[in-house]
Design a binder for this molecule. Structure first.
Ligand SMILES: Nc1nc2c(c(=O)[nH]1)N[C@H]1C(S)=C(S)[C@@H](COP(=O)(O)OP(=O)(O)OC[C@H]3O[C@@H](n4cnc5c(=O)[nH]c(N)nc54)[C@H](O)[C@@H]3O)O[C@H]1N2
Ligand SMILES: Nc1nc2c(c(=O)[nH]1)N[C@H]1C(S)=C(S)[C@@H](COP(=O)(O)OP(=O)(O)OC[C@H]3O[C@@H](n4cnc5c(=O)[nH]c(N)nc54)[C@H](O)[C@@H]3O)O[C@H]1N2
Ligand code: SF4
Ligand SMILES: [Mo]
Length: 695
């Protein structure tokens, strides 16, 4: 067999960096970044490099399984793929015949590989497709829609050409996207300034020109004061505002009370520092990127906070600007034809969504496409507007991604069929009725994906090696279910035919991917000017007043409310990512586990002293009956009101031989947290909880 270099796409997180895999005698030996890919330059993050350990991990589910004991008891029977798919298809049919088409709920991680299985969902007639995003970036998505009329991916970040980058609650050097990191450093080398606004000194803070440690939960106050200064000191882009901002006068009136001196009292950041920062921004405008954030499921005002970020970018003229937030290009923008969609083979399913999005009072302003899955769990409990009796979690671990897994499990108790489609063990898989194990990314082909951006492209994920265990690709699973449920349009038996369907009419053929794995649809990056039609709001402008939001009973310009105070002696729980792990699903990866086997609890020096806690000592962190042991990281560089930990630890599954029992689970420190959500943006407010810490 010899040595081979296969171009593919990383699957260790949702960024999907282009990779090159060295395969020796059929075994994946080494992974590096695809040297032909723009922005990657052959580099990968540590997780991407550890993909081989996922591939050869004996701890992962190796074959399809059906539960034999009670839910969550861990008793399984090995079945063949035919048995597993027959069982799921029969159960889905029975449930739909008994309770109606929409009684099947589905959720996934989102992303560019969804078209085929979303077509399957349309084919079987359920309206209840959801992604995971109410635990992630939904507030950003809905804030972008509210201000610009297009979603968060309607703009990109021109980090290479920026003159000032602002990271507020955005940990760009640990919550990694390799191309973004490389582009940021290219920008910094050319002289870009970096400002970090955070509740602790994260890694980006160590590289920053300005670091503002804000009181947890007061970012909205900080931003309102920035708008106040930009307007009062006339530091905004007057031409851009005159041409493209609607109801600017209402904004100006609204921010009047929010002076920098007022904000100092709320946030702890000096008024003089804030004013100086605003002057720096104005100097760099329009080549400024104030990143709107990513994991923003944190507070009940995170949606409004994110709206202010988009508004500030607009005031600085950065929307559509080089070095700012240029408009994203799709294939059509550069004169190319997009991939043909399987979803279009079927009509949109009829009936109301179970989560109420699009039709229920207070939920009409949300983006209906991927829904808000936590609200569909409510429907499962109440059987309103109809019963939910089957649930497929595809590449989604809601029991770890949402707060308080016992509470979430209780909401699922009347669901008759729980299916986990996954490549690793997870709380959700452990609690399921059927496990359909996916081949990890090195072992599977995937439908073609489109990468929108300055230069849109098509990309292919090709299997680098044959499956190590009895697992299947995502398309094989849904083609198998489609075959059994009479959807002959999706009854494919090889990926080449799928690719051929997708490429129809594009003028591109699968051979064009052979050399680099990527087919670029433009030769140069395209910067589209702001013009008529750029903004998809009713007025065609950046809107301060969102009529849809107001019709749902919420103000567009919401007065600031101070965050709840921690009860005496307690701390606000905060969390984030680290460079070495992806969410909860790499902790058991042998290479990454070796580098970082547990998380630590960041605690401010003064507060630790008062509790008699010393550096590296194990402490107990607890809330509402959950208690975990975790090592203390005592530091001046975290706000005294908060403790911080990396998410994804504290596993308790016996099948995960390495991760079991290591570190603490932040998600367990948020009792019944799924019921606390931001009604403006739709995401869970995970940092509205307090914990105790003891020696
Ligand atoms: N308390 C707390 N909760 C959080 C967070 C937090 O920081 N703290 N972070 C939030 C964020 S930002 C997110 S994005 C979510 C993440 O949580 P999820 O949306 O659930 O996503 P993952 O944990 O990445 O993956 C879920 C499952 O899919 C499996 N999987 C991974 N890749 C694949 C694949 O390619 N195919 C298939 N079929 N399965 C795959 C994994 O093994 C894992 O079991 O959690 C959110 N929840
Ligand atoms: N290595 C790695 N990279 C990843 C992921 C991963 O799991 N591992 N996951 C990917 C995913 S799904 C996502 S959503 C992104 C997340 O990307 P980010 O949202 O950028 O990452 P986080 O580390 O969750 O949080 C960012 C920062 O918010 C800070 N923070 C917490 N509370 C507050 C607050 O009240 N105010 C302010 N100003 N700051 C606060 C934290 O200290 C942290 O530094 O990362 C992606 N990239
Ligand atoms: S950021 Fe890292 S883990 Fe994520 S796709 Fe890129 S290399 Fe893979
Ligand atoms: Mo996320």
């Amino acid at each position: 067999m010899g040595k081979e270099l296969v171009k593919s796409i990383c699957g260790m997180c949702s960024v999907r960096c282009p990779i090159e895999v060295e395969v020796v005698d059929g075994r994946a030996e080494y992974i590096q970044g695809n040297p032909d890919a723009p922005g990657i330059m052959g580099s990968l993050c540590p997780r991407g490099a550890a993909g081989t350990a996922l591939t050869y991990d004996e701890d992962r589910p190796q074959y399809p399984m059906v539960r034999t004991g009670k839910r969550g008891e861990g008793k399984w029977k090995r079945v063949s793929w035919d048995e597993a798919l027959d069982y799921v298809a029969e159960e889905l049919t029975r449930i739909q015949d008994t309770y109606g088409k929409n009684s099947v709920l589905f959720s996934d991680r989102g992303g560019p590989f969804r078209d085929f299985y979303r077509a399957f969902l349309r084919g079987i007639g359920t309206a209840n497709y959801n992604n995971h995003d109410s635990a992630c970036a939904r507030n950003v998505q809905n804030a972008a829609l509210s201000v610009f009329g297009f979603g968060r991916k309607g703009v990109s970040y021109d980090l290479k050409n920026a003159k000032h980058v602002v990271l507020q609650q955005r940990n760009i050097l640990e919550a990694i996207n390799v191309a973004e990191v490389n582009n940021l450093f290219a920008g910094i080398e050319k002289g870009a300034k970096l400002t970090v606004i955070d509740i602790r000194a994260n890694v980006p803070a160590t590289k920053a020109d300005n670091f503002f440690m804000v009181r947890p939960g007061t970012d909205y106050a900080f931003n309102l004061a920035v708008i106040n200064v930009l307007i009062n000191n006339e530091l905004y882009d007057k031409q851009f505002v005159a041409d493209w901002v609607e109801d600017f006068d209402k904004l100006a009136e609204f921010v009047k009370p929010y002076t920098p001196e007022w904000a100092e009292g709320e946030t702890g950041v000096s008024a003089a520092g804030l004013i100086d920062f605003c002057n720096q921004l104005a100097e760099a405008a329009p080549s400024v990127i104030w990143h709107p954030g990513w994991m923003t499921a944190r507070y009940s005002d995170s949606f409004y906070m994110t709206r202010t970020i988009y508004i500030i970018n607009a005031l600085l003229g950065a929307i559509g600007a080089k070095g700012g937030l240029p408009f994203m290009n799709k294939p059509g923008d550069v004169g190319a034809k997009g991939l043909k969609s399987f979803m279009e083979l079927y009509p949109k399913p009829e009936g109301q969504r179970a989560d109420g999005i699009g039709w229920m009072e207070g939920r009409k302003h949300f983006d209906a496409g991927p829904g808000l899955v936590h609200l569909a769990y409510e429907a499962a409990v109440e059987e309103k507007p109809y019963p939910i009796k089957a649930y497929i979690a595809q590449r989604h671990d809601p029991l770890m991604a949402f707060p308080d897994k016992e509470d979430v499990k209780a909401k699922w108790k009347d669901i008759e069929l729980l299916v986990a489609v996954t490549f690793s063990w997870s709380d959700t898989a452990w609690n399921a009725d059927v496990i359909l194990p996916i081949s990890p990314y090195l072992e599977r082909d995937e439908i073609l994906m489109t990468k929108n951006g300055p230069k849109p492209a098509f990309q292919v994920r090709k299997r680098a090696i044959e499956p190590v265990y009895d697992t299947k690709a995502v398309w094989e699973i849904y083609a198998g279910l489609a075959r059994r449920m009479g959807l002959k349009e999706l009854d494919y038996t090889n990926i080449e035919d799928i690719w051929k369907f997708q490429l129809e009419g594009t003028g591109v053929s699968i051979e064009d991917f052979a050399k680099t794995g990527i087919v670029s649809l433009a030769s140069d990056p395209l910067y589209k000017p702001v013009k008529e039609g750029s903004f998809k709001t009713p007025s065609g402008k950046v809107q301060m007043i969102d009529a849809k939001l107001e019709a749902d009973g919420m103000p567009s310009l919401k007065p600031y409310e101070a965050p709840e105070q921690a009860p005496e002696g307690k701390f606000r729980i905060t969390f984030g990512r680290c460079a070495l792990h992806t969410q909860g699903h790499t902790v058991n990866n042998s290479l990454l586990f070796e580098q970082m086997p547990e998380n630590v609890l960041w605690i401010n020096t003064k507060r630790a002293e008062a509790l008699g806690i010393e550096q590296d000592e194990y402490v107990t962190v607890g809330s509402n009956g959950y208690k975990a042991k975790i090592k203390a990281f005592v530091t001046d560089f975290v706000h005294p009101e908060a403790v911080f930990m990396v998410h994804g630890f504290g596993h308790d599954l016996p099948c995960e031989t390495r991760a079991n029992g290591k570190g603490a689970a932040d998600n367990m420190l948020m009792p019944k947290g799924i019921d606390k959500w931001d009604h403006g943006g739709g995401a869970i407010a995970m940092q509205e909880h307090f914990v105790s810490v003891s020696k």
